[in-house]
Design a protein around this ligand. Sequence first.
Ligand SMILES: Cc1cc2nc3c(=O)[nH]c(=O)nc-3n(C[C@H](O)[C@H](O)[C@H](O)COP(=O)(O)O)c2cc1C
Length: 369
Amino acid sequence: MSIPKFDLDTFIRLIEQIVSNTQVGLVVADARLPDLPLTYVSRAFQKITGYTEEEAIGKNALFLHGSDTAQPALAELRAALREGRPHHATLRNYRKNGEMFYNLLTVLPLFDEQRTLTHFIGIQQEVADLKHAEEDLHNIHAAYNARLQVMSHELRNPLQAIAIVVDLLEKQPHTPSDAVFHRRISSLRRAVQHMADIISKVLHQQPEEMSLDLEKVNFCLKLEAVVDQYAEVAAQKQITIHLDMPSEHCFVRADRIAIIEVLDNLISNAIKYSPPNKTVHIRTTPTGQLVRCDIANEGQGFSEEDKKHLFQPFATLSAKPTGGETSTGLGLSIVKRLMDKMNGSIRCESEFGKGATMIIELPIWREGL
Ligand SMILES: Cc1cc2nc3c(=O)[nH]c(=O)nc-3n(C[C@H](O)[C@H](O)[C@H](O)COP(=O)(O)O)c2cc1C
């Protein structure tokens, strides 16, 4: 079947229909007149910009960028128009009512048979998505900043431990074979390694969300390492750490960095909020499918009001560090988030004035699960 061709009239009517009904704005400027005045503006152009035909015809379209004339994209557009080249640009434009919108502008040169430039066609497409993109970018920045804030908080505790141990090392006369000296050095090395692990994780992952690798982790070894790291800090405040471990090591399904972050926060908190000459009790017990660890101090404890906000970021609680230590109010919210992600849990048992016990539970490691 042969398809009949359009006659010129039909073709022109068809183009008119397309031009006046399309959602994108269409304008024509006369390139033979100085200042490129508009000679045609479509219905969609009027709808997008709010300017009527009478207001736009005869003027250069630059009224659309109002006083926002320092846009770098304008210089390129100007050069393309001067040289009679097609061009795309995204510009900030302003409707008649002053509202800003992003205009994805295309300009196309039109030449006559003598190859003389006679007109420019302008196609305006409002890109609402750019607004969303800006919002998204803003949110990503906020999430990134929040992560950096968390990171600096996480690094503070191990750093503090390092500073104290280094102080002691400096003051203490030692020989290379000295056992205490070696214990302190390895405690230092572990703290530094933990910091390096956190930093590399932050640097190699997208800022929005840190993912965890759940694997077989020896909970008892990790706990001993963190307790060891805080032995000196506790000793400085004459605090005794009493560690009660099961007879056999227990293995949990957890992220090896996150579990240290959790224990680090809880043990450093227990010491931080404990008055001098008291004991921090840490007890680990395997209970069926879970490993439970209680970290208890004999400090001020939490009021009922405190308990409601305990795991929220920047919660202001009544308890204050007892030795002039710093607190950002982020630690417990981080711990809660990490425990949730490891399919574990955290809760607090406390009576105001009678100390506090943080109880964490993690799933026991099962082969093949
Ligand atoms: C056909 C055509 C359509 C145009 N449409 C727009 C537009 O929608 N928004 C805009 O900011 N500039 C538009 N311009 C560009 C401005 O009219 C102007 O040429 C440009 O901003 C450079 O102007 P200047 O050299 O006087 O600063 C268009 C230009 C032409 C030729």
